[in-house]
Ligand binder design. Structure first.
Ligand code: FES
Length: 137
């Protein structure tokens, strides 16, 4: 399964059951996506329905050096709003986040963070990924 490190168990996630919004912010730019439970955008990278999976499918670039399997920290994002509606982080994710620069209590790996859709989210892509939010075609 995409998004799963073969050396750790798959995180428990809850897929969205209602439409919700994700606003991605980076370096003063912002892009809002509306996610519908019957048609969640998927790039096949990261856990299905993860912030990385959805972002890449919508042409919002977030660095993902390991391919979305919780084996690096390059997909580090900060969930400024709606974090409690996401699956809790697992030990493998926490281990990688410990290596991420600019760690905050709201930090997550985008490839492992799956929103349940019970809240709208605001997700900050840190400055070292600046200018990566771009308009879709
Ligand atoms: S892409 Fe490597 S941990 Fe998310």
């Amino acid at each position: 399964m995409g998004g799963t490190n073969p050396y750790s168990s798959a995180p428990k996630t809850e897929r969205a059951s209602r439409a919700f919004k994700i606003t991605f912010k980076s370096a003063g730019e912002s892009r809002e996506l509306e996610v519908h439970p019957d048609d969640v955008p998927s790039s096949g990278t990261g856990l299905p329905g993860s912030l990385l999976d959805i972002a890449l499918a919508c042409e919002i670039d977030i660095d993902h050096a390991c391919g979305g399997v919780s084996a690096c920290s390059t997909c580090h994002v900060v969930v400024r709003q709606g974090l409690s509606s996401c699956n809790p982080s697992e030990e493998a994710e926490d281990d990688q986040l410990d290596k991420a620069p600019g760690l905050t209590p709201q930090s997550r790996l985008a490839c492992q963070c799956v929103p349940s859709g019970t809240q709208d989210l605001v997700v900050e892509i840190p400055n070292w990924n600046r200018n990566l939010v771009r308009e879709g075609r």
